[in-house]
Design a binder for this molecule. Structure first.
Ligand SMILES: Nc1ncnc2c1ncn2[C@@H]1O[C@H](COP(=O)(O)OP(=O)(O)OP(=O)(O)O)[C@@H](O)[C@H]1O
Ligand SMILES: [Mg+2]
Length: 216
């Protein structure tokens, strides 16, 4: 077996990289896949979530490993031998580590809040993905309902050469609340809006990387 590797990258801090990484990981676990998350961010946010999670022993298993950026490719390739999906959570700001995450992955997911500042901040990662010949998709995060700004931003994003995924996440309190306990909104409010949005976004991404329904 050789699993799929995705990287969640965006140099703008606080865009939702770690949030998206863990929610995609748990969505994959819920669909029956074995999942490894690689945390290359020295802030260790994903690892902290993983430690809380391990203590709670929830029904859905997600492995979490912290690794230095320069070792992420090796770790991801090792991970894909034992897991259906490897999700890399990239750090903010750091060019080198972001590029290492991009090169280790077969698809890049770039979370972006619908603001001009976030859009401008996407360019380095879009360019790095193009340079490394990796497909990239923008996942809109914390989208306000009925936002006209979002439509204008969509056009600008596409003009950067970055397709925008059809499914989006709204700003949902269930998300940080669940993560504070080492869980995701899929687990704390499985029938809530956040969980529905996450599953739809995850399904769209998993179809793009050809992650089957379940390997078990
Ligand atoms: N869809 C959402 N709804 C509500 N809160 C959200 C959502 N997405 C992210 N957040 C919150 O926004 C903050 C930043 O999210 P997160 O830590 O995932 O971003 P990040 O890109 O990983 O940040 P960093 O660049 O520091 O690594 C967190 O408090 C998180 O709970
Ligand atoms: Mg983060």
């Amino acid at each position: 077996m050789r699993g799929k590797i995705i990287a969640v990258a965006q140099q703008k801090g606080g865009a939702g990289k770690t949030t998206l990484a863990v929610h995609l990981a748990v969505a994959a676990a819920e669909a029956g896949h074995s999942v490894l998350c690689l945390d290359i961010d020295p802030q260790g946010t994903l690892s902290a979530w993983g430690a809380l999670r391990a203590a709670r022993q929830p029904a859905l298993t997600v492995e979490v490993e912290a690794v230095a950026g320069h070792r992420v490719r090796d770790a991801a390739e090792r991970g894909q031998r034992g897991h259906d999906l490897v999700v890399i959570d990239a750090p903010p700001h750091d060019d080198t580590e972001t590029r290492q995450a991009i090169r280790a992955a077969e698809m890049i997911i770039l979370p972006m809040q619908p603001s001009p500042l976030d859009l401008w901040a996407t360019k380095p990662v879009v360019d790095a993905a193009l340079a490394a010949d990796r497909p990239l998709r923008i996942a809109l995060n914390r989208v306000p309902p009925r936002s006209r700004l979002t439509d204008a931003l969509l056009e600008q994003a596409e003009s950067l050469g970055a397709p925008v995924l059809a499914n989006r996440l709204g700003g949902r309190v269930a998300i940080p609340t669940a993560m504070a306990e080492g869980l995701t909104a899929i687990e704390t409010e499985p029938r809530g809006r956040a969980a529905e949005e996450v599953r739809a976004l995850a399904a769209e991404i998993f179809a793009l990387i050809d992650l089957g329904k379940s390997s078990r």
